[in-house]
Design a binder for this molecule. Structure first.
Ligand code: AVJ
Length: 335
C-alpha cells in the first residue's frame, strides 16, 4: 500500500447531538410519529446502506451504474471542460469513481455528505486513485439551508445527486429543493440526477424487504443510534421493520412497528407507544420520466437528456438551470 498522505480536505459542519435531539423530539411529537431519514446514516448505518446496495432485490444501484457506464461518451461531451463536480450524499464513493474515470475534465471534486466517517473513507480512497484532482469534503446536512464552501474554484459546476435520494422528499419539498439549487447555480452549470421509476409493486416491495433482512437492520439501527446519542431507551428488538408501496402516492413508506405498548424516555422526555404503533422513518418516492421532468421544469431546470437502463427500472437525467431572468428558459421578449 502506498503510504503517501492522501490529499483531501474536509470541512466539518456535521449536525451536533443537540440538533439531532431537537429533530428526534420534534418528529416523535407528530402524529403519526416520524423520524427523518438522514438519521439512518451514522457510521453503522452508512455501512448497512452499502450492504443494501449489494442485495439482489435492491436493483437501484446496479441499474444506475449500468446507465453511468453506458453514457460515458455522451456525458463527457455534454459536461463543460473543465468542471467542478459537487456531489450530494456521496456515500461510499463507488459511483463517484465511475464518474471521475468518465470525466477527465473534472478537476475538482466536492463531496457533501451527512456522515463524516463515510466522507473520510471515500475521499481517502479516491484521492489515492486520482492523483491530479482536487478533493474537498463537506460533512453537512445539505437538506438544510446550505451554502457551498467559499474556497471552491470558479469553474462551471456539475451538481451530482445520484441514487434517487431526491425520493426522500415529498414532491413539494423536492421542488423546493431543486428550486434552491437552480437559484444557487448559473445557467452554465448542470445537474446529473438519478431517479427511480414507477414499476410493478412487487418489485418495489422486495427491494425494500430484502430476504437477508439488511433493510430491516438499517431501519432499526436508527433507534440504536438515538439510544446512544440522545440517551434514549428504545427496546430496539421490539420494533419490526415494515415497508410497503403506497401506489396511490407513488412511494415506498418505511416504518418501525412497536411490538407492545410501552414508554420510551429520551433526555427526560417521555413518549408513549401503543401496541402496533408505527414510526414513519422514510418515504422513497418513485416517478415516471414525465412526472420528474415536469417537476424539474417547475423548479427552474431545463431537461436536456434522460437515459434509462435496459429494463427501464431507473433513470438518469441531465438538466441545466433556466437562464436567470427567464421563465421556462424562454426570454420574456421572445414570448
Ligand atoms: C438512499 C434514499 C435512495 O430510498 O432507496 C434503501 C434509502 N432505504 N433501502 C432509497 C433506502 C431503504 C434509499 N435512498
Amino acid at each position: 500500500m502506498n503510504q503517501e498522505r492522501s490529499r483531501y480536505h474536509i470541512i466539518d459542519r456535521q449536525p451536533k447531538s443537540e440538533d439531532i435531539l431537537t429533530e428526534v423530539l420534534d418528529g416523535l411529537s407528530q402524529r403519526p410519529k416520524r423520524l427523518p431519514p438522514k438519521l439512518f446514516y451514522d457510521a453503522q448505518g452508512s455501512l448497512l446502506f452499502e450492504a443494501i446496495t449489494k442485495q439482489p432485490e435492491y436493483y437501484l444501484t446496479r441499474a444506475e451504474q449500468t446507465i453511468l457506464d453506458y453514457i460515458q461518451e455522451p456525458l463527457q461531451a455534454l459536461v463543460p471542460h473543465p468542471v467542478t463536480l459537487i456531489e450530494l450524499g456521496s456515500g461510499s464513493g463507488a459511483k463517484t469513481r465511475q464518474l471521475l474515470r468518465h470525466l477527465p475534465q473534472a478537476t475538482t471534486y466536492v463531496a457533501i455528505d451527512i456522515s463524516l466517517d463515510a466522507l473520510h473513507s471515500a475521499l481517502s480512497a479516491l484521492s489515492q486513485e486520482f492523483l491530479h484532482r482536487q478533493f474537498i469534503g463537506v460533512a453537512a446536512d445539505y437538506g438544510a439551508a446550505f451554502s457551498l464552501p467559499q474556497t471552491i474554484d470558479k469553474n462551471p459546476k456539475l451538481l451530482v445527486y445520484l441514487g434517487s435520494t431526491l425520493g426522500n422528499f415529498d414532491p413539494p419539498e423536492a421542488q423546493e429543493f431543486l428550486e434552491r439549487w437552480a437559484q444557487t447555480l448559473s445557467s452554465c452549470d448542470a445537474l446529473l440526477i438519478g431517479i427511480d421509476l414507477k414499476k410493478q409493486a412487487s418489485i418495489l416491495h422486495h427491494a425494500y424487504n430484502d430476504a437477508k433482512g439488511i433493510t430491516a437492520a438499517f431501519n432499526r439501527n436508527v433507534l440504536a443510534r438515538i439510544n446512544r446519542e440522545c440517551g434514549a431507551n428504545f427496546p430496539v428488538n421490539h420494533f419490526s421493520h415494515h415497508a410497503e408501496y403506497q401506489a396511490q402516492n407513488g412511494r415506498i413508506a418505511m416504518y418501525l412497528v412497536s411490538h407492545y405498548a410501552h414508554r420510551v424516555s429520551i433526555a427526560g422526555h417521555e413518549f408513549v407507544f401503543e401496541q402496533g404503533e408505527r414510526i414513519l422513518t422514510e418515504y422513497s418516492y418513485k416517478y415516471t420520466i414525465t412526472e420528474f421532468q415536469s417537476l424539474a421544469r417547475q423548479a427552474g431546470w431545463i431537461p436536456l437528456a434522460v437515459w434509462t437502463d435496459p429494463r427501464n427500472a431507473f433513470s438518469l437525467h441531465y438538466l441545466r438551470p433556466f437562464p436567470k431572468g427567464t421563465k421556462d428558459g424562454i426570454h420574456e421578449n421572445e414570448i
